[in-house]
Design a protein around this ligand. Structure first.
Ligand SMILES: Cc1ncc(COP(=O)(O)O)c(C=O)c1O
Length: 403
């Protein structure tokens, strides 16, 4: 193991040694609580890491081979800022097939991950002092990227009704004020597996159109759905000039978390600005990684189906096991690959997750990282081998009985 020091959190505003300062929103960025638990496992063997949103399956060979072949063929130069034309065309065709409507390749921009796409989108539309409305509980990065721009974030919380997460659309619309420039919707949702249905999407789209508000539709889990081939998408109902920015990623459906590639679908006129933003930011995604992306979207349907089945098996391995634990409450998620469960009597999910990891080697994400409403909950990623999950469930059950 290397002896390098790994920082626990950012530096506080008073720790700067000289007069030079960082911007306030950066100094005030809170630590990533999932990372706080995960850092306990750095360099350790024999742990069961269910804290991050990724499968235990490596990227399939046909994708890796495409990258390798491109590298060997000398495809190591800068590419077009918005992505290789072949990849943009492949994505346009993939999306047009998925949603049974033409989605022009020219509207697709390839980005250095889904996270990078979120940052680019918010950088393009949020000024300091603007506001973004966000549906929570949600992956912390969605809020932090808006706060990093100096914007404010207003949260509207999902509620559980008869075991299904629901959003009160009217509550969301009522929270939009004068300075609201964006509504951020992550559906299927991390950590809840909530899925927004078509009628609600339509209501929000009508409102956004009328009020000049952007919808940031984070649909990175759109293919990991258990009762249909693809989740309802804003792209499905939006016209090509509507104020919708679709965020997506190669990470989840094709097991490519470490490759760092995603894409955005925007109105055509936005791509001119994205061209410049990407130029000044990352210049482009490495060409051999883009070649891997072409293989994924053009030849990878069988793999996406396998991934869904793996996740379905993972869901079956954890949900009944969690339900059998006295203090734990969970309903089966409809999409994504997370079990988000409530634990009776757990007041500090961060402390609990850390302690449980130290005692059991099972790593989970603390609910508090997904917003104030997440305290008292834990999130486990079940995109894993069911046998490993069974061991994790046994250890967790035993730990909960004793603590
Ligand atoms: C809701 C959500 N959006 C976006 C992303 C970004 O994925 P990536 O940056 O790996 O493409 C993630 C990753 O966990 C996520 O959970």
């Amino acid at each position: 193991m290397s002896g390098i020091t790994i920082p626990a959190t950012g530096r506080g505003p008073d720790n700067a040694p000289g007069k030079a300062r960082l911007r306030r929103p950066i100094v005030e960025m809170p630590p990533h609580l999932i990372g706080e638990v995960a850092r306990l496992g750095i360099g350790q063997k024999g742990i069961i890491p269910l804290w991050y949103g990724e499968s235990d399956v490596a990227t399939p060979a046909f994708i890796a081979d495409a990258a390798y072949a491109a590298m060997q063929a000398g495809e190591t130069f800068y590419t077009h800022k918005l992505g290789l034309p072949d990849l943009r065309e492949a994505l346009g065709a993939y999306l047009s097939g998925l949603y049974q409507k033409p989605i022009a390749a020219e509207r697709v921009s390839v980005t250095s991950s889904g996270m990078n796409a979120i940052m680019l989108a918010l950088m393009a539309i949020l000024d300091a002092g603007d506001n973004m409305v966000l549906v929570d509980p949600v992956w912390p990065n969605c809020e932090q990227s808006a706060l990093a721009m100096g914007a404010s974030v207003t949260r509207v919380s999902l509620e559980q009704q008869n075991g299904v997460w629901q959003l009160d659309t009217q509550k969301l619309l009522d929270l939009c004020g004068e300075r609201t420039r964006a509504i951020f919707i992550n559906s299927p949702g991390n950590p809840t597996g909530w899925m927004m249905e078509r009628e609600q999407q339509q209501e929000i789209l009508d409102f956004a159109r009328e009020n000049g508000i952007w919808i940031i539709a984070d649909e990175v889990y759109s293919r990991l759905v258990y009762d249909r081939p693809v989740a309802p998408s804003f792209l499905d109902i939006a016209g090509s000039d509507d104020p919708v920015i679709g965020i997506n990623s190669f990470s989840k459906a094709w097991a490519m978390t470490g490759w760092r590639m995603g894409w955005m679908v925007t109105p055509l006129w936005v791509t001119d600005s994205l061209f410049s933003m990407i130029e000044y930011h990352t210049a482009c995604v490495p060409p051999f990684i883009q070649k891997a992306g072409i293989a994924a979207v053009t030849e990878g349907e069988w793999f996406v189906r396998e991934m869904v089945e793996r996740c379905r098996a993972g869901r079956e391995a954890v949900v009944p096991a969690l339900q059998a634990m006295d203090r734990v409450h969970i309903d089966p998620p409809r999409a994504a690959f997370y079990a988000f469960c409530k634990v009776d009597g757990m007041e500090d999910s961060l402390a609990f997750a850390k302690e449980m990891f130290l005692k059991t080697k099972v790593g989970v994400a603390p609910g508090s990282s997904f917003g104030p409403g997440g305290e008292g909950w834990l999130r486990l990623c079940f995109a894993q081998d069911p046998k490993t999950l069974a061991v994790a469930m046994e250890r967790m059950a035993e730990y909960l009985q004793k603590n």
